[in-house]
Design a protein around this ligand. Structure first.
Ligand SMILES: [Zn+2]
Ligand SMILES: [Zn+2]
Length: 209
């Protein structure tokens, strides 16, 4: 597929921290490249933070009753910020494939009526991840690992993957942080081959040239 690039634009909102972000981006890029067998297919995979400064948390997201933030406004934020990211990257001749929003505030989904680590539509273009519930009982390294897993998981959804029954696969559903610790940051061989056919054969799960 020539000089195709899968570009994940990363927006951070709240107080995620530059160091965490830098590590997460590098590791996510590595995991996604491997999962997509990118080199063999001539696909470039790039995860890029948009702007050094965080974007303010959408005010409407805050719920005074439970002290949490509803996840839906973060999707609106991504949609709102996407043109700015597009503009910035167009100067470098790049095109945004997916937008990942990372925040440090706790997220609540009214659709699922529960706390969430993140959310993304299968085959959609936006993924959202919260670091808040992952930063409990963890060293900085354990915390980072969890964040990487959940970022890969949500981006995996946007690429067209559903949940995996293999509890060690990054695409398995995590109900709590113990589930997150149990799984690896990598995709199982079944998810990998599914992903390869989604991305290279179906051409439907991301914007391509
Ligand atoms: Zn999921
Ligand atoms: Zn799997």
């Amino acid at each position: 597929m020539g000089n195709a690039t899968l570009l994940i634009a990363i927006l951070h909102t709240g107080n995620v921290g530059g160091l965490l972000l830098k590590d997460v981006i590098l590791q996510m890029q590595r995991v996604l490249r491997a999962a997509l067998n990118a080199e063999a297919h001539g696909l470039a995979v790039s995860c890029k933070a948009i702007g050094p400064r965080p974007i303010p948390i959408p005010g409407v997201a805050y719920n005074r009753v439970n002290g949490k933030y509803s996840v839906e406004p973060f999707f609106n934020l991504a949609a709102k910020m996407r043109p700015r990211a597009e503009q910035k990257l167009a100067k470098e001749g790049k095109k945004v494939s997916k937008v990942l929003v990372i925040t440090d505030v706790p997220l609540f989904s009214y659709v699922h009526n529960s706390d969430v680590f993140g959310e993304a539509d299968v085959g959609g273009s936006i993924a959202v991840v919260s670091t808040a519930p992952l930063n409990i009982d963890a060293t900085i390294d354990e915390f980072k690992k969890r964040v990487i897993k959940e970022c890969v998981h949500e981006v995996g959804h946007t690429l067209g993957l559903g949940h995996c029954a293999d509890k060690t696969c990054v695409m398995s559903l995590s109900s709590d942080r113990f589930d997150v610790d149990r799984k690896s940051e990598n995709m199982c061989s079944q998810c990998k081959s599914k992903l390869e056919s989604l991305v290279y054969k179906d051409y439907r799960t991301w914007d391509h040239e």
